[in-house]
Design a protein around this ligand. Structure first.
Ligand code: SF4
Length: 335
């Protein structure tokens, strides 16, 4: 029986696992190996996930599971995503959807974000969590590589109302060499598809000499999908099989973003402390409408939100924002 969650379409039978090692076949259906097991349930600022244009300032409960359907050579979470899920799950927490959502509410979270590994490898559990979260008034978001089938993508859109898609590279050479998949076509199609139904932001980790030559082409593609898509260009700090590779040069990458900034009004460049490129300017009058501070390594913070509703206070232009600005609180709450 073929798994229809992602583009690998693995044949699962006779106890065989697929590429992600998170599903198996039993009783004529695809089953999750470790349902309702979570590697974390920590509190994060939504800007750190990163989401810059969804529920600004909100407090998110970050969750993850184990396993992944890609083999990125630079993976920063390889100890969870690339390790044998059977081993990882021994150290994971088991919570039914009701318990997980209850904890998020108790801890004062405004939403739940799946951001450690790939959600496609845990879709049935996430679907259940989303049903309970919806009843509790908590929207859900995720980071995904979007290497999903049409069915997998439909499920992502059903579970998550805001999604950050990792557009890692375009060429087949890059996909094969760095990601362990053969092409970017399904990912591009899914970006188009998801942008029609949910809030989408994009993240591109840049590898100098790897995908930096594709930046202009990616910007053209994104502008063709929706020029309001926020784009996070990340200075990649490689781990896993690329630990020894030098960090990309900030000035070099920033210079290669000139054309992208002409095409897209919301281009951000971060993942290093004190980045100057994390604020949102009004695309019409240029006023800085949202200020943030970059703590590096994906840790970012909202400093000021000057929009009125989601309009520029100077010229009234509507800034592309999903959901309301939320007030961060320090409530810890008993778990
Ligand atoms: S989610 Fe993808 S990698 Fe995992 S078993 Fe299904 S088709 Fe294979």
């Amino acid at each position: 029986m073929k798994c229809n969650y992602c583009e690998w379409r693995c044949e699962l039978e006779n106890g065989k696992y697929g590429v992600c090692r998170m599903y198996y076949e039993a009783d004529g259906a695809i089953q999750e190996r470790f349902p309702n097991k979570w590697c974390t349930y920590s509190i994060m600022r939504i800007e750190s996930v990163p989401f810059y244009h969804a529920y600004p300032g909100s407090r998110s409960m970050a969750i993850g599971t184990a396993g992944c359907n890609m083999e990125c050579r630079y993976c920063v979470n390889s100890f969870i995503a690339r390790e044998d899920p059977a081993k990882v799950q021994e150290k994971m927490f088991e919570f039914a959807p009701e318990e997980l959502v209850k904890m998020a509410v108790k801890r004062g979270c405004h939403n739940i974000v799946f951001n450690v590994n790939e959600p496609a490898v845990s879709l049935p559990s996430l679907l259940e969590v989303s049903r309970v979260a919806k009843r509790a008034g908590l929207p859900m978001g995720c980071l995904t590589n979007a290497y999903t089938t049409e069915y997998g993508t439909e499920l992502l859109a059903k579970i998550f109302s805001f999604v950050n898609i990792s557009l890692k590279g375009l060429s087949s050479e890059f996909c094969r060499e760095y990601l362990g998949v053969t092409e970017s076509r399904p990912i591009l199609q899914n970006i188009e598809q998801l942008a029609k139904s949910v809030h989408v932001e994009i993240t591109t980790p840049v590898i100098q000499g790897g995908n930096d030559g594709e930046i202009d082409e990616m910007a053209k593609f994104l502008a063709g999908v929706d020029k309001n898509i926020p784009w996070h260009v990340f200075r990649l700090l490689p781990e896993y099989k690329m630990k020894e590779v030098e960090y990309p040069n900030i000035e070099h990458i920033n210079a290669s973003l000139d054309e992208s900034r002409r095409l897209l009004p919301y281009v951000y460049f971060h993942n290093f402390v004190g980045s100057d490129w994390v604020n949102t300017s009004c695309p019409k009058c240029g006023a800085i409408v949202i200020k943030r501070f970059s703590l590096g390594c994906g840790g970012d913070k909202l400093e000021s939100y000057n929009c009125q509703g989601n309009a520029c206070p100077d010229c009234g232009y509507i800034i592309h924002i999903h959901g309301k600005r939320m007030a961060w609180n320090s409530k810890e709450g008993a778990v």
